[in-house]
Design a protein around this ligand. Sequence first.
Ligand SMILES: Cc1cc2nc3c(=O)[nH]c(=O)nc-3n(C[C@H](O)[C@H](O)[C@H](O)COP(=O)(O)OP(=O)(O)OC[C@H]3O[C@@H](n4cnc5c(N)ncnc54)[C@H](O)[C@@H]3O)c2cc1C
Length: 483
Amino acid sequence: MGGMARLDALADRLSRIVGAGSVLTDPAELATYDCDGLTYHRATPGIVVLPDTAEQIAAIVRACAADGVPYVARGSGTGLSGGALPRTDGVLIVTSRMRRVLEVDAANQRAVVEPGVINLDVTRAARPYGYYFAPDPSSQQVCSIGGNVAENSGGAHCLKYGFTVNHVLACEVVTPDGEIVELTEGPGYDLLGAFVGSEGTLGITTKVTVRLTRLPETVQTLLAGFDTIERAGEAVSAIIAAGVVPAAIEMMDALSIEAAEAAVRCGYPPGAGAVLIVELDGPASEVDSQFARVKELCAEAFEIRVAADDTERGLIWRGRKSAFAAVGRISPDYIVQDGVIPRTTLPEVLARIDALSREHGVRVANVFHAGDGNLHPLVLFDGAEPGAGERAEEVSGKILDLCIEHGGSITGEHGVGIDKAKHMPRMFTAEDLDTMQMVRCAFDPAGLCNPGKVYPTPRLCGEVPGRRTGVHPLVESGKADLF
Ligand SMILES: Cc1cc2nc3c(=O)[nH]c(=O)nc-3n(C[C@H](O)[C@H](O)[C@H](O)COP(=O)(O)OP(=O)(O)OC[C@H]3O[C@@H](n4cnc5c(N)ncnc54)[C@H](O)[C@@H]3O)c2cc1C
């Protein structure tokens, strides 16, 4: 059977599982799903299916496995590394109809939710009990918990509270052979830990038990304007070195302030080369004393504003939260980069990024989670100008090289996806990558679950392109088996 006929037959079978109204094959409807937040990679999915239950997802996965058809899970499609990029020869399994908060168990500080539940809706459900869900990606009004789990998403407040992985207690998962299993914390190998952050390559989560965090007694927020980004970077290092653990420390440079100002009129200190947002939360007595210390450590700032209430706090955060989208006001196109460096190297790396920007004539706006050294350089270009996209890509790649050179990483929270698979060999040896592939093969020997993502040229479990021809060193030494 040819590819199209095979997909048509599969669409019929999927209709019998979920009902005809939940299977999309009309090209106009499929086009809605042709990319995630990384819009310059696009592919129209062969079939889109919108299941309601874990059992339906298991049956869909079994149907795909029987036909050897690849499939990709999708939550809200806000990912920034192309993780949910569909396959034209495959099925896109979208969880947007699985949005029930199944249980809020305040006494045990946990909630059980379906994978399509929006991040902020967990907090909305928990707030009446005095709790919230701590991981707070800037996309939290739209992104799904399933996507957060797959990407191990972070956010402004993850500096103090940890990433998604620190807030997931169990996941119900449909494995690539179509079984429904429960991964939990506990004795034995940390399979839950392997699953969180696996970018949809080890299975599809259908139910997530999350940890709830007590709402803090008090929150204090300040905005500090600095003449230069180096001074702001030094203040970040000084705050952390002083043993203060703020809930968040965010930094924006002059170009990103300009963009945010144009978009949302956030009223940040005029003429600032950089601003820092520092937020502390916790018991009032502790926050009060640490906040005073933070103000002292920001002594190089030419202006410090303290939020008097939630409205003023909202105003301070407005500029930061809108920063990615705001850059669209000052540039027709941009690449959102995501790299990590040790905090202490912030001033040096920022100076090197500035030098790269000048050398290549490519503007770079810097917005980042400064406290955990997670940079988000926004590399600006005009796609209509010949060669501009390529120059921006080059600068973007060189920024990642800088991160690796300084002992950091090619991604902090947006994941590898399709976008950074090519950069993985810059961080890992061929043996490292093969070993990671063996973990993947243990879950998904047929290589049908989100293939082509994360790893550059998968070779171990028959994924195209290119099988490994030689024997893997771990197999040769008798330390591992191929599945
Ligand atoms: C404006 C903006 C701001 C952002 N800010 C942040 C930020 O501060 N921090 C941050 O970490 N990220 C941020 N992101 C990136 C993105 O929102 C997160 O990666 C988010 O977790 C993706 O969730 P989603 O539901 O949109 O997932 P999708 O984009 O739909 O999918 C992401 C990945 O998860 C997989 N997946 C989805 N559902 C499941 C499931 N049920 N089981 C298994 N795999 C699944 C997909 O296959 C894909 O690989 C931002 C994005 C935007 C557009």
